[in-house]
Design a protein around this ligand. Structure first.
Ligand SMILES: [Zn+2]
Length: 64
C-alpha cells in the first residue's frame, strides 16, 4: 500500500509474505535473517558437491 510498485511475494526462505519493492532491500526475502539463512544454506550446499558416493556403490559385491 505504500508504493504502487510494491508486490507481495512468497519468501523463499520461510515461506512467509515478503514485500517485493525497493523499500525492501532483502527482497525477495522478507527480512535480512531469511536472506542470510538462504545464502548460508546455499554456500553450504555448494561446498559438498558430490563427486561420487563412496558407499554401497563402490564395493562391487557379487550378485550372490
Ligand atoms: Zn522470510
Amino acid at each position: 500500500m505504500a508504493t504502487p510498485a510494491a508486490r507481495i511475494v512468497t519468501c523463499p526462505s520461510c515461506g512467509g509474505r515478503s514485500v517485493y519493492a525497493p523499500e525492501n532491500p532483502y527482497r525477495p526475502f522478507c527480512c535480512e535473517r531469511c536472506k542470510n539463512a538462504d545464502l548460508g544454506a546455499w554456500a553450504t550446499e555448494s561446498y559438498r558437491v558430490p563427486a561420487r558416493p563412496t558407499t554401497a556403490d563402490d564395493r562391487e559385491e557379487p550378485t550372490q
